[in-house]
Design a protein around this ligand. Structure first.
Ligand code: C2E
Ligand code: CA
Ligand code: CA
Length: 708
């Protein structure tokens, strides 16, 4: 009975062991396996017979640690228990499979068994398969690593909100973005809403309500969150919404991106695009956008305003003579004074260069009133701007010219107003500068005439309508030594225009450069043509050159090329400059002149005594001759004051070792005065009028032939 009960208990125990969802292996004190249940055999891939009697040594078993490295046999759970007599819990052990496959992972517990005398009798090792769990954990770790990598380059801060449980998760970055340590404030669903900028709360609430109702899966919204130090951080919040089958949101997860840097960049780009960097004033683009709104306001209110174009007089001269830094300093000071003088409601912009635009609003309900009010502002501006400026610590006076046009928001658009104010400003300049003019329609008509003349000039140039005339020049003894080339415009309709009718416009439009080049080429062609002709081949040609031509760095090279290509003798070419060269960057001009002198070309100074007459500069320019202006010659036998001027000019020229040419000699009395005074060369109607170059050649070839 007793033994049958023991057998019964053993049977039930074995039965229990075989149904246990864990492998159980019992080792004897010598380490050999005494028994193993069914699952143990399965997990270890052996039969109970095979297992029986096997010793837990490295020779019999190969195990790996949870990091994959081989486990020495003294660390096998059974050996640890037998050696130390204490138990082991939750140790992860791998059994390597075939090469190239993952190990099978077991989670092990092991404990010792003692006999009644307290001697270690056995060690029991229990284990369950955790391969799937371990793999899932590895996958999770990998995907976490990947996520960290993806997030590392960005500043995105993840967060997650479980709407069902109410749980809220804010990542470390989320806290850092707002200057907090993680979980420094108790994280709860409403936390971020508490930090939203108060102005944006209503918008966010509406947005969240719509999001719940709309069944959208993802969203992006920008708002500001309060930083720990009190300032607001602009963030872009992007999220995904998980919903149940009825569309009810269950969970929202997403990231916040810090937009501070981007906002700064956007502001910088905006400033670059809409503000002048030198003065900080709005630029043309912003002005035009604002003007549209101003006109609409004026239309609504029925009150007139004025657009003012303001341009500094002689600004170019300041830039050229005192340098660009001084020019910039002047512009900044002007901008500062304008800003201080205007009312808060007036607008101010810099269009570029020395051009400013002022927009005066609310000047009055009638034209007269607005004109009067604008006049008061203009007077105030002049008063302020005429005060000396400080440039490089020295006082400096600069005056403005202003053009005004009234607007009512209906009659004219922005473009027209800007053009009209610009025209009025040019009119102010033409009327002696340092003044202001209102636009009137007559200005428009004359500007349109100018524009069409400029078009015609351009066309005339390509149609070769510009022809050369020559006016002979004689020595005091009456010998022909050369001629001045004077250009004429023979238009398609047969009308012949003199230079006074188009040179000014050609200068203003820059067309003087191609026109001057044409004259120079034709002149050199004539000089080349005259070579070997006994009557003509010693003659010099004086060609008028605009300072715009001389200024160009390409000019010396261009002249050299023309001389080379035509074969004209350089020593017979004389270029006439006017005193406007003194108002330029003289060092540059002088350098160009020296290059040309090196080729043998000569220079003379035209209309001497009428322009800037800088005697100091006179010495520095490599000149061969001075031309006395015809106004002095004209008066010489009429006005007692004219004679001393001519005498003085002749004396000056002698002192500087320059030749003298007198032009505009019309009367015998003038000629004899000049010759007696020591003037070496003469030009004028008395001696010969300008004639077409072909006539000139014929006339003097024949005269030369007669003379020979
Ligand atoms: P300028 O260089 O002083 O030329 C002399 C001007 O005086 C010429 O007028 C000539 O016809 C005129 N003239 C000559 N003798 C007499 C005289 O005895 N009495 C009077 N009252 N006038 C006389 P024009 O041909 O009308 O030329 C006017 C200006 O046009 C020239 O003045 C010159 O500055 C400019 N010009 C002419 N051709 C050219 C050119 O090819 N290039 C440039 N840049 N300017 C030119
Ligand atoms: Ca001349
Ligand atoms: Ca002249």
């Amino acid at each position: 009975m007793h033994s049958s009960t023991a057998v019964e208990i053993q049977r039930r125990l074995d039965d229990l062991l075989d149904h246990l969802p864990a492998g159980v292996v019992v080792h004897g004190a010598d380490g050999r396996i005494v028994s193993a249940n069914k699952l143990a055999c399965e997990l270890l891939g052996q039969s109970p017979q095979q297992l029986k009697g096997i010793e837990a040594s490295a020779a019999a078993w190969e195990l790996v640690r949870s990091d994959g490295s081989p486990m020495p046999s003294e660390q096998f759970p059974v050996n640890v228990v037998l050696r130390t007599g204490s138990k082991i819990s939750h140790l992860i052990v791998g059994i390597p499979g075939a090469p190239g496959t993952q190990p099978r992972w077991l989670i092990c517990n092991a404990y010792p068994g003692f006999d009644a005398a307290g001697h270690l009798r056995e060690a029991v090792v229990c284990f369950t398969d955790c391969t799937l769990l371990k793999r899932a954990k590895q996958r999770l770790q990998k995907s976490e690593q990947r996520l960290r990598l993806v997030l590392r380059g960005s500043t995105d801060a993840p967060w997650d909100n479980d709407l069902v449980s109410g749980e809220f998760y804010y990542s470390e970055r989320w806290w850092h973005m707002l200057g907090y340590r993680p979980d420094e404030l108790a994280p709860h669903a409403g936390l971020w809403l508490d930090l939203v900028h108060p102005d944006e709360r209503p918008g966010i609430d509406a947005f969240m309500a719509a999001l719940a109702a709309e069944r959208r899966e993802s969203y992006a919204i920008e708002f500001r969150l309060r930083h720990r130090d009190g300032h607001y951080v602009p963030v872009l919040s992007r999220g995904f919404v998980r919903r149940d089958s009825t569309g009810k949101p269950l969970r929202i997860s997403g990231t916040n991106t810090d937009l501070s840097e981007r906002k700064r960049a956007e502001r910088h780009i905006y400033e670059l695009a809409y503000f002048d960097q030198l003065t900080g004033l709005p630029n043309r683009r912003l002005l035009i956008e604002e003007l549209d709104k101003t006109l609409a306001r004026s239309h609504r209110s029925g009150r007139l305003g004025a657009l003012v174009f303001l341009d500094l007089d002689n600004f170019k001269l300041i830039n050229d003579t005192m340098g660009h830094a001084a020019g910039d300093a002047l512009l900044r000071q002007v901008a500062g004074r304008l800003r201080q003088t205007l009312r808060q409601s007036d607008h101010l912009a810099r269009l570029g260069g020395d051009e400013f635009v002022l927009v005066l609003e609310e000047l009055g309900g009638s034209g007269e009133e607005a004109v009067r009010e604008a006049g008061i502002v203009v007077d105030k501006l002049k008063l302020v701007l005429d005060q000396p400026y400080s440039l490089d610590g020295r006082p400096f006076v600069s005056t403005p010219s202003m053009g005004l046009v009234l607007f009512d928001g209906v009659s004219s658009d922005v473009d027209t107003l800007l053009r009209q104010a610009d025209l009025a400003m040019y009119q102010a300049k033409a009327e002696g500068r340092n003044t202001a003019r209102f636009f009137d329609p007559g200005m428009q008509a004359s500007a349109e005439r100018q524009a069409s003349l400029e078009r015609a000039l351009r066309e005339g140039l390509s149609a070769h309508e510009f022809v050369l005339y020559c006016q002979p020049q004689f020595s005091s003894s009456g010998a022909l030594f050369g001629a001045e080339v004077l250009v004429r415009w023979r238009r398609a309709d047969g009308v012949l225009l003199g230079p006074d009718q188009f040179i000014g416009l050609a200068e203003a439009s820059g067309l003087i450069v191609p026109l001057g080049r044409h004259v120079l080429e034709e002149s050199c062609r004539a000089l080349a043509r005259w070579r070997g002709d006994a009557a003509l081949d010693k003659l010099k040609l004086a060609v008028n050159v605009s300072v715009q031509q001389l200024r160009s760095d390409a000019f010396p090279e261009q002249v050299a090329r023309i001389l080379h290509d035509t074969g004209a003798p350089p020593a017979q070419l004389c270029l006439e400059l006017t005193e406007s060269v003194f108002a330029e960057n003289v060092a540059e001009l002088i350098a160009h002149m020296h290059t040309l002198c090196g080729l043998g070309v000569q220079f003379s100074l035209d209309d001497f005594g009428t322009g800037y007459s800088s005697l100091a500069y006179l010495r520095r320019f490599p000149l061969a001759a001075l031309k006395i202006d015809r106004s002095f010659v004209h008066d010489v036998h009429l006005d007692p004051a004219a004679a001393p001027i001519i005498e003085a000019i002749i004396a000056l020229a002698r002192g500087l070792r320059l030749d003298i040419v007198a032009e505009g000699v019309e009367h015998e009395a003038q000629r004899s005065f000049l010759v007696e005074g020591g003037c070496g060369a003469l030009q004028g109607y008395l001696l010969g009028r300008p004639v077409p170059i072909a006539d000139f050649e014929r006339l003097y070839r024949d005269a030369g032939a007669v003379g020979a």
